[in-house]
Design a protein around this ligand. Sequence first.
Ligand SMILES: Cc1cc2nc3c(=O)[nH]c(=O)nc-3n(C[C@H](O)[C@H](O)[C@H](O)COP(=O)(O)O)c2cc1C
Ligand code: SF4
Length: 379
Amino acid sequence: MGKFNSLFQPLEVRRCTIPNRIVMTPMGTNFAENTGEMSFLHIDYYEQRAQGGAGLIIVENACVDYPAGSNGTTQLRLDLDSYIPRMFKLTETIHKHDTKIAVQLNHAGASAVAERINMQPVSASDLPNKKGGAIPRPLTKDEIYSIVENYAKAAKRAQIAGFDAVEIHCGHSYLISQFLSPLTNNRTDEFGGSYENRARFASLILKAVREAVGPFFPILIRISADEFLPGGNTLEDTLQLLEYFQEEADIIDVSCGLVDSIQYQIDANYLKDGWRTYLATAVKEKFNKPVITVGNIRDPKVANEIVESEQADFIGLGRQFVADPQWPLKVKEGRLDEIRKCISCNIGCSGHRIGLNRPIRCTINPSVNEGEAYKNQKV
Ligand SMILES: Cc1cc2nc3c(=O)[nH]c(=O)nc-3n(C[C@H](O)[C@H](O)[C@H](O)COP(=O)(O)O)c2cc1C
Ligand code: SF4
């Protein structure tokens, strides 16, 4: 191991020991069945990443409120008990590899597509979540409270299905982020205006989720720490908003950007490895909570240095895990020249999923699901 020791230290959070500091961040794949059930192909995909040495896998955003809150072409669901058995099959498989597994819970809000959900998408206000986007319908207070309950029920299902933690998605222009951002929230009731009011929806969700899962189950939150848009939340704003989440959030997954600043959220190739770690460091310094940093991290030296110098507790790898599921093992064993480094082209992964409604693929990994099996093929 030697040179990259810091990445391979365990960390305990609420009685859950994460065996190393390498987190696979949530990424929608379009591998789910069109019923919202996890497919066996899907389980193979995650198992490859567990075998490759991920310490914590955060499964892609799962829908807590169907159809209004759904996102993507085929998306996992956790809004009904019937999704528990297949999810359990996943967690059972992943746990064989000493990897912890969480699932990201989400309501898409105005990011839902009207033609897919057969209704006008909902949001905090009647403001589109991107330039030229459709006008959503503002939620009533009763609806807000009912969605809060749906998050709690989905979190309980995740716990029963064997997940080690849940992540509440508070970023990236989805419903919670639409409440947090002044760009999409102009409400005049207790859910709009001040930091406290804009944070109220998320804060109610976190309290309800804690109530549902009990004290020994970690809750992660993912935030867009800087929205990188004029008039949007800056890092300073986020540090204020987080005051209202700190009691229940055990790990803060520090992302950034909204739909209109996607080049920072799913980092463009000109942004250097770890360029946005300063956001996670600022959160860590203020709240003294474990944080995940993410963003074009592919170079093991950069990754190790971030953890060693305590700029962040965990490094999040998204696309790098698509490009090479074995990144952690190869780093641990010093096989750096064997790493297939993600080139941040966004063609196979985001391009397929978001642009073309296809399952994800990768420009440099010929087999995203089956691992090394392709090497046995003869042409
Ligand atoms: C195809 C794709 C799907 C994604 N889906 C999600 C998602 O479901 N939830 C989320 O929080 N972030 C999502 N992301 C963002 C990633 O988790 C990650 O934060 C981002 O890609 C930057 O990290 P990276 O440079 O290591 O890939 C997605 C990214 C990609 C490429
Ligand atoms: S398709 Fe491109 S951006 Fe996506 S994982 Fe593969 S190399 Fe990285």
